[in-house]
Structures are given as structure tokens and as C-alpha cells.
Design a protein around this ligand. Sequence first.
Ligand SMILES: [Zn+2]
Length: 189
Amino acid sequence: MNATTHAVFGVAALAGAALVAGAEPPAYVYPAAVAAAWLPDVDNPRSTLGNGLSRMKNPTLNLLSRPLSWALRTTSFVLVRTVGHRTLTHSLVGVFLFSLTVWLLLGGFPNLVLALVAGYASHVFADALNTRGVPLLWPAGKPFRLLPGGIRSGGAVEVAVALVALAFTLYALLLLYPGLRGAIGLQPI
Ligand SMILES: [Zn+2]
């Protein structure tokens, strides 16, 4: 699945989880869900985050983003040299370790924790729809696929799936934020 599909799935997962949990996440946590939805592919040095962050025009922002960029590149290098791509980060163990770390570090910000965990888990779910599947029980077991055959990365079916996820996201956001309904001319709930 490409970065755009993962971003859509990340936002969809956050909106869906917020509906189920009865939460109303503030706007700033949505980009966090997108970043978390890209994070499992950090084990691929050519992925959006594995390649580090691009240089920012603002010098202050650039200075702040450099350490994070180096940390991402280092993590990417270590993961690809030790466990390889689509292993630990795409498994239940990976989801658990990520959730535990986020909860320990950011437990005081439940909406942010919800966004990061939903985003991360959405990546593994999206890749499970893929032809290659995901090694859910890594280091044991075969790759797990949600669909027989799976969806080919970059194909028309992936675009269709991303559009369905986008439609779900819009619907969920309208339910979550009644004010949005008024803004687009619908009756407020
Ligand atoms: Zn992946």
C-alpha cells in the first residue's frame, strides 16, 4: 500500500476508534495518526519516514526536525540490518511494543495515544489486505492475509479501497463533530 492509502487508513482508524470510544479528538492529533500510519515502514530505508524527514524552509523548524530525522534513519538502518522489512514492525508484537511505549511516554494525553495507536494499527491492517500479507505472529508463522489473493500495491483496487476508507472517514468525522455538518450546510445533529 502506498503512503497516501496508509494516511487515509490512519485517519479512518482514528475517526472510527474515536466514535467507538466516545472521544472527540482535537484537530492536532490527526497529523499524529498519519505519521503513526507511516511508522511501521520505517524498517524500509526508502519509505516516507525511513528516509528521514526532508529539510524544512524555516531554520528553527529545521533544527528541531534534524534529530528526529537522524533517529528515524538510524532506526531504519538498524531494523533493516537486523530483522528486515515487514517483520517486527508489522506484527502483533510490534503493535504491542509501540502501544506500550506510547502509553508510557504520553499517557497523560489520551487523545494523542488513541491517534498514534489507531494510526499504527491501521498500517498493519492495510498491509494485511495486500498480496504479501503481514507476519502477524512474527517471528513465528506465515504471513497473514485478510483477503484471498490480496490487493496489489499501486493498482486500481488499492485506489478504490482508499476511496472507500475516505468516504468512511468523512462520514465518521461528520458524526464526531456536529459543527462540521453546519459548516457544509447539513442540519446539525
Ligand atoms: Zn508496511
